[in-house]
Design a protein around this ligand. Structure first.
Ligand code: PBG
Length: 325
């Protein structure tokens, strides 16, 4: 039926009708909030390129997590900034490493928050790359051992989910095997399956102090132009035992989220990354856009593309707003 019988504006006439036919809606229960843990006491150091986001020492991380749990945020994604970096990222798998201590401290005082930990080496290595350097490049197979050690130590500390982000081949199966052999067969893996070599990570590298000291990450993170390859990455991770697959970044890659959704039945996460946060904050600070409205529009676009889970630095703000309605 065509106009004039069909008039699509009928279902836009008032908020009640509009809400009834609304197709997607971001909920607090879909959101994960990233946190940066640093050494020291009472530290709350704002990241200049990410207004409203802080490096927090463990005491403050615990307070933050208590607040997030009161806001009904289901989970946090922890990134560690160790005091000491070295060639192989030793602090990443140390029992007394920054993340291991943070996880134990959060577990002691907050019970209903999912603690997800990032499994990667770039925050822990003095060269800033995501793995072990051999002859000037990241060596895949020796990196797998390091990532598995890190994963096991996070599991022992009490992490509720692990999120490997190093983009090494075989990363998921290597971590899965290590976990299964050590009594952690019930611990889920959310793999950064399709992680693109992106300039949208710029502010994060300031936050996590994890910029590569030479070269770039293009020999392990994906070429941003490749969609078919992203599907191969996700397919591999599913075969290796990933429980959740992630696409990252989100906004310049909404088509990848949609294709992943159409091709696979695995739960999908999307990472609304640091640069996507900073651009909105910067424009809003100049009064050029309405931040509150744009944030909801962006998060809903990621849901519409097909993500079940959204990792976002806006999660806390959104939770506060949704609670106050
Ligand atoms: C790697 C990692 C990165 C991000 C999450 N995990 C950075 C990178 O690959 O350089 C980026 C997240 C963001 O930009 O918000 N450990």
């Amino acid at each position: 039926m065509n106009y004039p019988v069909t008039r699509l504006r009928r279902l836009r006439a008032n908020p009640q009708i509009r809400n009834l036919v609304q197709e997607n809606q971001v909920n607090i229960q879909d959101l994960i909030y990233p946190l940066f843990v640093c050494e020291g006491k009472s530290i709350r150091k704002e990241i200049p390129s990410m207004p409203g986001i802080f490096q927090l020492s463990i005491d403050n991380i615990v307070k933050e997590c208590e607040e997030l749990s009161r806001l009904d945020i289901p989970g946090v994604l922890l990134f560690g900034i160790p005091a000491h970096k070295d060639h192989v990222g030793t602090d990443s798998y140390a029992d007394e490493g920054i993340i291991q201590r943070a996880v134990r401290a959060i577990r002691e005082s907050v019970s209903d928050l999912l603690i997800i930990t990032d499994i990667c080496l770039c925050e822990y290595t003095d060269h800033g790359h995501c793995g072990n350097i051999v002859s000037g490049d990241v060596d895949n197979d020796t990196t797998l051992d390091l990532l598995s050690r890190q994963a096991l130590s996070h599991a022992k500390a009490g992490a509720g989910m692990l999120a490997p982000s190093a983009m090494m081949d075989g990363m998921v199966s290597s971590i899965r095997n290590t976990l299964d052999q050590n009594g952690f067969s019930g611990l889920p893996i959310m793999s950064y399956s399709a992680k693109f070599a992106s300039s949208f990570y710029g502010p994060f590298r300031e936050a996590a102090e994890s910029s590569p000291q030479f070269g770039d990450r293009k020999s392990y993170q994906m070429n941003g132009t490749n969609a078919r390859e992203a599907l191969r990455e996700i397919e591999q991770d599913i075969k290796e035992g990933a429980d959740i697959a992630m696409v990252k970044p989100a906004l310049a890659y909404l088509d990848i989220i949609r294709q992943a959704r159409d091709n696979f039945s695995i739960p999908l996460a999307a990472y609304n990354v640091s640069g996507e946060y900073s651009m909105i904050k910067a424009a809003a600070a100049r009064g050029w856009i309405n931040e509150d409205q744009i944030v909801i529009e962006v998060l809903n676009s990621i849901k519409r593309a097909g993500a079940d889970i959204i990792i976002s630095y806006f999660a806390k703000d959104v939770a506060i707003r949704l609670k106050n309605y």
